[in-house]
Design a protein around this ligand. Structure first.
Ligand code: SAH
Length: 382
């Protein structure tokens, strides 16, 4: 039984009997048919019936959640992300990876952004925000709840985003010494993509003297690192005009003026279709999650194949391609196969020189390896 190995989900097919009428979001205890206690979690609608947050029978209240958030804080401290003079933006709570399925908390300097992906977590958001402020040793003073979109999609319920503490919704952060403006209120997801922190650092090693295309660049994360590392040309492309305007701001924030970079609002495929052959020798492809669920997986794989084939066929000989998938339902092997098919389509010789993933503040519960959602490859193209 997966629950005995601490798998954090219980599916409806595994439930023999339900006592009472638990509603979505309720806290439920789960027992084996022998009567032995197994775990406690939040009741979910649909086939994923319970998201488990403890395997020890105990009272679930304010103190319990405070100790969970305290543990997440301790982990971030132990991996060097708190009191770090070069980085003050990190993920404090990562879903199943922190044994809090349904909860994401990202920290941007003194502002935390909470995103609930279950009604159970959404119902206790104020209690969680209070716990975040309490454990943060005075470092976090604002908590913004950015759950409306995920809750609406999941439950159809109309809820609003809003402050649970303080009123800071945007700020400048430091990531490995680079500066970025983050707007939690109007930005995508929680405002910034923290999961690429270490991959951005890696690109700096390849960037000197190169002509860089940061495709799906959002607010210019990879672009800033590449420019700082001495890239000759840095072009950031994204279909979102508001992201592109923040990307320009971020280039400026790091000391580059508009003659030194280009930020372009465009659709990825249209841009790559018409761009000149050999224009770039370092390309980043970091598309949004093409597959949101298993049903859309094969369509997503076609999408990955097409954009990778475009980049691989146009990249200059000797070029480097950083290519990513953040679709949870596309595993590493499947993604690598899609990129392999793209290399065949492009008719280029390609070497994999590095496998990339998500950083330590996005931990993966070993019993829930689907949590490793970010997969990347660094390719060298002959
Ligand atoms: N690499 C970024 C994160 C990328 S998130 C970082 O390091 O911060 C994916 C981005 O793809 C989003 O900014 C979204 O606006 C953009 N996007 C989505 N569809 C697109 C399309 N068809 N063409 C170009 N960009 C697109």
């Amino acid at each position: 039984m997966p629950v005995l190995r601490f798998h954090p989900w219980i599916f409806s097919g595994a439930i023999l009997k339900t006592v009472g009428k638990p509603a979505e979001g309720d806290i439920v205890e789960c027992y084996a048919s022998s009567g032995d206690y197994l775990a406690t979690g939040h009741c979910m609608p649909g086939s994923l019936a319970v998201k488990l947050f403890t395997f020890k029978k105990q009272e679930i209240g304010k103190e319990f959640w405070l100790s969970k958030i305290q543990e997440a804080w301790r982990v971030r401290k132990s991996i060097g992300l708190i009191d770090n003079p070069l980085t003050n933006a990190y993920r404090l709570v990562h879903n199943e990876g922190d044994n809090m399925p349904g909860l994401i908390v990202d920290v941007y300097d003194s502002m935390a952004v909470l995103q609930a992906h279950s009604t159970g977590m959404h119902d206790i958001r104020q209690l969680l925000a209070d716990a975040i402020i309490k454990v943060s040793e005075g470092k976090i003073t604002s908590v913004y709840d950015k759950s409306a979109e995920s809750i609406r999609k999941m439950t159809g319920r109309n809820v609003s985003d809003g402050f649970l503490a303080g009123e800071t919704g945007e700020c400048d952060v430091l990531e490995n010494g680079h500066r970025f403006h983050v707007n939690a209120v109007s930005g995508q997801k929680t405002g910034f993509f923290l999961d690429q922190r270490e991959n951005r650092e890696l690109i700096a090693r390849f960037a000197a003297g190169r002509h860089v295309l940061n495709m799906f660049g959002y607010t210019g994360g990879f672009s800033v690192y590449a420019a700082k590392a001495g890239a000759k040309i840095v072009h950031t492309v994204d279909s979102s005009a508001s992201a592109i305007s923040i990307a320009e701001g971020n280039m400026n924030l790091n000391g580059f003026d508009s003659s030194e970079y280009e930020c372009i609002t465009a659709d990825a495929r249209k841009y790559m279709e018409t761009m000149d052959q050999d224009k770039y020798d370092l390309i980043v492809l970091d598309p949004p999650a093409y597959a949101k669920n298993v049903a859309s997986r094969s369509q997503a794989l076609k999408g990955y194949r097409i954009i990778n084939a475009m980049a691989l066929s146009k990249i200059k000989s000797g070029g480097i391609l950083f290519t990513f998938s953040c679709s949870q339902v596309v595993d590493r092997q499947t993604f690598t196969s899609a990129v392999t098919a793209a290399a065949v389509d492009a008719g280029r010789q390609v070497r994999i020189i590095q496998h990339l993933s998500q950083p330590a503040d996005h931990p993966v519960n070993i019993f829930h390896q689907e949590g490793e959602y970010l997969k990347g490859l660094v390719l060298m193209v002959e």
